[in-house]
Design a protein around this ligand. Structure first.
Ligand code: 13P
Length: 249
């Protein structure tokens, strides 16, 4: 049985006070035992979040990290720094990092290598732009993203990886991929893993869907055979909405 996962990507939202309010509101809800629940606050709120969730099963995740161990990288945060405050999972490759901060498959493959060497778990994001879907290149784009950033890894390294398919046109737009579109892509991703690695690995890897997941559509999306949960942006900023999504399996 694959892990079922719901992760909230807070992006650049929630200061100290807002983090306290939201996490306290999440903490009062009981969590389903068979769903891994995660939140990804800003770097500045990681320690605070770990402290506030110390008696809760919600896991605190970072939104990014640098590939280097240390050095002259102003404004950056290393894997060791994250682990030092108790964070062992990191989101890598989010489309906003790719489009706004010029991350690409090649630089991401370095981050992935570092994270794995440091024993961290990775939520690896990828997905096509609107133009690429309109011109029917979405499968090719996703294949390239995975091949270039991840497919040089040995099979054993994949125990550290969670995949998150996030079609860029569905992020923050209110336009969700249809459950059929999500299923079609997730099945394609699994077929790529069969081709490159093995059927057993393909069956074990959790593949999350991200892009305008809300309480109103989560159940239908999560009911798809190859969708193992969601990476949630906007709706993760509201405790009731996020918990409704967590309970949508
Ligand atoms: P929205 O849920 O706001 O569309 O964001 C999705 C996302 O980017 C999660 O990483």
């Amino acid at each position: 049985m694959r892990d079922q996962i719901v992760a909230g990507n807070w992006k650049m939202n929630n200061d100290h006070r807002e983090t306290e309010i939201l996490l306290n509101a999440l903490a009062v809800h009981s969590k389903p035992k068979d769903v891994r629940v995660m939140v990804a606050p800003s770097f500045t709120q990681l320690s605070q979040s770990i402290d506030l969730l110390k008696n809760d099963s919600i896991k605190v995740v970072a939104q990014n990290m640098n590939a280097a161990a240390s050095g002259a990288y102003t404004g950056e945060v290393s894997a060791a720094m994250l682990k030092g405050v108790g964070v062992t999972t990191v989101v890598l490759g989010h489309s906003e990092r790719r489009s706004l901060y010029h991350e690409n498959n090649s630089s991401l493959s370095e981050k992935v290598k570092t994270a794995i060497a440091e024993g961290m778990e990775i939520i690896f994001c990828f997905g096509e732009q609107l133009e690429e879907r309109k011109t029917d290149r979405h499968f090719e784009v996703v294949k390239d993203q995975l091949s270039e950033a991840l497919f040089a890894l040995p099979e054993a390294a994949w125990e550290h990886i969670i995949l998150a398919y996030e079609p860029v046109w569905a992020i923050g737009t209110g336009e969700t991929a249809s459950p059929a579109q999500a299923q079609e892509m997730h099945a394609f991703i699994r077929s790529l893993i069969v081709e490159r690695y093995s059927l057993s690995l393909a069956n074990e890897i959790a593949i999350l869907y991200g892009g305008s997941v809300k309480p109103s559509n989560a159940k239908e999306i999560f009911s798809m055979e190859d969708v193992d949960g969601g990476l949630i942006g906007g709706a993760s900023l509201n405790a009731e909405d996020f918990m409704a999504i967590v309970n949508a399996f």
